[in-house]
Design a protein around this ligand. Structure first.
Ligand code: C5P
Length: 234
């Protein structure tokens, strides 16, 4: 684990290994962790995770597991074997799925962090109702965050817009990992309702997931340092 405990998690969303490794040469593991998602893991597999870890970076493996309890628990155990720092699953997989995964990780002694996705921010209310959920997306986020905490999970992924409510309801120790963060003046890309890094931290985020404002910057380390300085001042 990175003893510097950086709060910024850089989203490594590249179609191939070479540009990702080039970026790693230009970042500092004392200032950030890295998120590896479905695209890079599917293309490059566990060997790529290892390449990132040997360079000194903590890895958040963002594969959002959702399956029967035994399968998810086994996948979490396999991710822990890779040496990742954090992983996630879908809270809508239910109590037994989350509890079984947590039990499997806890049995290891020193374990990675396990957080939950509540409701995908891409789902609007109509789509949510179509798949059988009632109430607003926010109602469902709050309910599933409560369930995840009750199952012993370490936190949730959430929009910065949800951070203040979840921080108030779930207490100080629950991790709130927020994408949808853009420094003032940065390109929004496909994000819509964003907050600045400082606003997200003030709202209660514990960690920020930031991709393109760093990965697509001319000077990624300068972009990372600027965000780090902004949140250090909070
Ligand atoms: O480049 P950008 O900062 O938009 O990257 C954000 C990262 O966070 C991407 O990997 C994206 O898939 C992820 N993410 C998100 N919004 C969510 C959940 C995950 O942007 N609700």
């Amino acid at each position: 684990m990175n003893t510097a405990d950086p709060k910024i998690i850089v989203a490594l969303d590249f179609p191939a290994e070479a540009p990702a490794l080039t970026l790693l040469e230009r970042l500092d593991p004392a200032l950030c962790r890295l998120k590896i998602g479905k695209e890079m893991f599917t293309r490059l597999g566990p060997r790529f995770v290892d390449q990132v870890i040997v360079r000194g970076f903590d890895v958040f493996l963002d594969l959002k597991y959702h399956d029967i309890p035994n399968t998810v628990a086994a996948a979490c155990d396999a991710a822990a074997d890779l040496g990742v720092w954090m992983m996630n699953l879908h809270a809508s997989g239910g109590r037994r799925m989350m509890e079984t995964a947590m039990e499997r990780l806890a049995a290891r002694g020193e374990r990675p962090l396990l957080i939950a996705v509540t409701i995908l921010t891409s789902l609007g209310e109509a789509e949510l109702h179509e798949i059988g959920f009632s109430g607003t997306p926010e109602d469902n986020v709050r309910r599933l965050a409560s369930l995840a905490q009750g199952c012993g999970l370490d936190g949730v992924v959430c929009s910065p817009r949800e951070a203040a409510t979840l921080r108030a309801e779930r207490g100080e120790d629950f991790l709130l990992v927020t994408p949808g963060v853009r420094p003032a003046g940065a390109a929004l890309n496909d994000q819509t309702r964003v907050m600045t890094p400082a606003e997200a931290m003030l709202a209660g985020a514990s960690h920020l997931v930031v991709g393109r404002p760093i990965t697509a910057a001319d000077d990624p380390l300068a972009a990372l340092r600027a965000i780090d300085a902004e949140i250090a001042a909070v």
